[in-house]
Write a protein that binds this ligand. Sequence first.
Ligand code: PLP
Length: 425
Amino acid sequence: MTDFQQSDSPFSSFSCSPADKIFLDGAYVRILPQFAKLEAIQIQNEKKILDIFRESRLESAHFQWNTGYGYDDVGREKVEEIYAKLFRAEAALVRPTIASGTHALALTLRGLLLPGDEVVSITGTPYDTLLKVLGISGDEPGNLREFGIGFRELPLSAQGKIQISELANFLSNTTKVVMIQRSTGYAVRPAIRMEEMEAAIAAIKQIRSDLIVMVDNCYGEFVETKEPVEIGADLAVGSLIKNPGGGLALSGGYVAGTESLINRIANFLTAPGVGKECGLTFGQSRSILQGLFFAPQVVNNALKSALLFASVFEDLGYETYPDTKTSRGDIVQTILLKNEKNIEVFCETIQKFSPVDSFVRPIPWEMPGYSDPVIMAAGTFVQGASIELSADAPMREPFAVYVQGGLIFTQALYAVAEMIAYFRQ
Ligand SMILES: *Cc1c(COP(=O)(O)O)cnc(C)c1O
């Protein structure tokens, strides 16, 4: 244990009490042995990215951009080439004009599905914002149900696993797209790890090889050393203001996968016959690629932050998912805080120790796309970027807070130190 009288204690300048510092130190020291394993993953992913930048002969000319239609936008083409190689995919769409992860997922589904088709989720209820896209909640004009596209879900098992043995019965003749959500979303369940996903995809392809497997890859990128397409998925979809943007991408989303499918989706993004060949990047190629260059390191900081929150809150007697002993499949840390007040204190503290908007008090509000009031703490450089330290919670049972991100691990240390006094009572 560290001696807190010494000025070289990492926490010596923290404003919490000496007892809280000892408490924090205990939780911190407990997770230190895991940092080496996380760093090994970071190094492998960084090497992969650097190699791809070299192989693709990235040069500063690729940071130029065009106007108008954006024909021959070399930056856009290079970004999409690099993303395709990174995900071991034939092609990729990576656009700053894809407004969010939800937009990227909705775009993909709308690009793939025709009236009479069915899309299924095999990881239980999809992420909240997708419910309105699918038309299973609300009645938003343009939802998939309105177009005659069906949806069903196969829940995860009681242990939070994909029910692989049920797939043959579950999938129907009209099923066209099978969705797998890698991260937990607003559910208390484990993330899907690559090994489990690989087994599920193999089973799906054995049932019918033409089924399209689409992975919602949000929060999963660079947590492991493999990504969904290289283990058999047809498409991986995600947000640039989460893991792969490394905190530097200002906006955007991506879809990577089979070329014919990417071309279909691109026709939906622009227009049939226009596809991928148009679309301005507004000068974002440099920050998208620089962010990608940083991404494994940022994900490492986010994973260390998640582990720290788990460790501190376990010591405080709260249930955490995953716990500190379980291998991680995403950057999200779920903590069951039991009541609304605890959630508010948690989110207020995250906000208070943020680099931006530290003086703002988060309150629950009716966010577009979500069915319950959601409280969100995100004192971020990029609005709503949840690769930066952020916490959110839908105000509903079981009063779980979802904390994720952290461009720097220090911010998590500092914020959690300031929570200990309240949660120790
Ligand atoms: C964040 C997220 C999305 C997309 O959310 P946006 O806020 O629209 O970017 C989709 N699925 C999961 C699992 C997510 O975590």
